[in-house]
Design a binder for this molecule. Structure first.
Ligand code: GLA
Length: 362
């Protein structure tokens, strides 16, 4: 009888221990999951590698889901459109800061930093800037308008915007050095140096950037680097923004590394300012589905881009995604209108996609 009782207690104890051990393991697993879920993308990167940013529309700050996602994953913000010239000064002397202010307020409330984008660009700039009573405006007038624009915008956000893309995309993709834009045709290269000079004077604390696409192309990168060297010689520039509108096959790590090494010669800060990874490799392609095969290719691309970025953490200070969720990406309408793309880290339900997890495992 005694033995039966003893055995029974022993059995109970063993069962309890088995159950207990099982539970403990489960608890550990789920704590681990929770920890991963509670960690934002920025928590994997900032302080150790570089800051993680996101380009946004002001409405994202008002929508609960997108606002939560932004707070959790990103430490810097860029205005996707509302700080461009046509949004801020659509008519001469009429400034509209309402939308830009929404982004500034959201960033301040949530202690996020802001990259200013962009002061001088050949697109999203109104025609009046280059006109004078139906004729082409003189160089003096254009430069005077440029000065008014840069000083008004930078003064308003002094101390609130830590870095500005002063000039966007002035280097030519082809044989020429500079793009033949209205800016260039009227002012020659002077507008570039003048813009940086005014920006430096207006807010000496702000970090001043030149920003461009195809900045890892071997030919274009040399031209960009020469411009940076000239600006640097006059202490007018602090950094280069490599846009990073890439795709699942382009570029390879060698191209990126070579360009980074080249730019490092000038000892400037580098930021990846507009990263998105299109599932299309050509504008001739028809709409495709986001199949497992494509998802895997995109994971590989994102993984290897972030590998190079991490390796170059000494010179890269920020990586900014150009958008939050796939369905709101500009790539759904460019270069082919209405062709769905899937270039970002979150899906339309604000859920992290597989690619998100591929850049948090290293
Ligand atoms: C360029 C500009 C950005 C944006 C993208 C397309 O890269 O720098 O501001 O307009 O094109 O969305």
């Amino acid at each position: 009888m005694k033995n039966i009782g003893f055995n029974f207690v022993l059995l109970l104890t063993i069962s309890f221990l088995i159950i207990r051990c099982g539970t403990t393991e489960k608890e550990i697993v789920s704590n681990h999951d929770n920890e991963n879920n509670s960690k934002g993308l920025k928590d994997y990167y900032q302080n150790v590698f570089f800051e993680i940013g996101c380009a946004i529309k002001p409405q994202y700050t008002e929508n609960k889901e997108s606002a939560e996602l932004l707070k959790k994953h990103f430490s810097t913000l860029t205005a996707e459109n509302v700080m461009k010239w046509s949004a801020i000064q659509p008519r001469e002397g009429i400034f509209d800061f309402a939308n830009a202010d929404k982004i500034i307020e959201f960033a301040e409330t949530n202690t996020m930093k802001i990259r200013g984008h962009t002061l001088v660009w050949h697109r999203q700039v109104p025609d009046w800037v280059f006109e004078d009573n139906g004729k082409e405006a003189s160089k003096e007038l254009v430069l005077q308008r440029m000065k008014k624009h840069i000083t008004t915008v930078m003064n308003r956000y002094k101390g609130k915007i830590y870095a500005w893309d002063v000039i966007n995309e002035v280097i030519d993709d082809g044989q020429e050095i500079y793009r033949k834009s209205k800016w260039y045709n009227i002012c020659g290269e002077d507008f570039i140096f003048e813009a940086f000079r005014i920006a430096r004077e207006t807010d000496p604390e702000a970090k001043l950037f030149y920003n461009d696409y195809l900045a890892i192309d071997p030919i274009k990168s040399k031209k960009i680097n020469d411009l940076i060297a000239k600006l640097k010689a006059q202490n007018l520039i602090d950094g280069l923004g490599i846009q990073g509108h890439w795709n699942i096959e382009y570029p390879n790590n060698e191209l990126i590394t070579n360009a980074l090494n080249l730019y490092a010669e000038n000892e400037i800060d580098i930021q990846i300012t507009e990263l998105d990874v299109s599932v299309y490799t050509s504008d001739k392609q028809e709409q495709i589905s986001y199949t497992n095969d494509i998802i895997e290719k995109q994971k590989k691309a994102y993984t290897s881009f972030f590998e190079v970025f991490r390796k170059n953490k000494a010179i890269i200070s920020n990586v900014t995604l150009w958008g939050l969720t796939d369905n709101k990406s500009w790539l759904n309408n460019w270069p082919v209108k209405g062709r769905n793309d899937y270039p970002l880290l979150f899906d339309k339900s604000y859920q992290p996609k597989d690619v998100f997890f591929s850049i948090t495992k290293f």
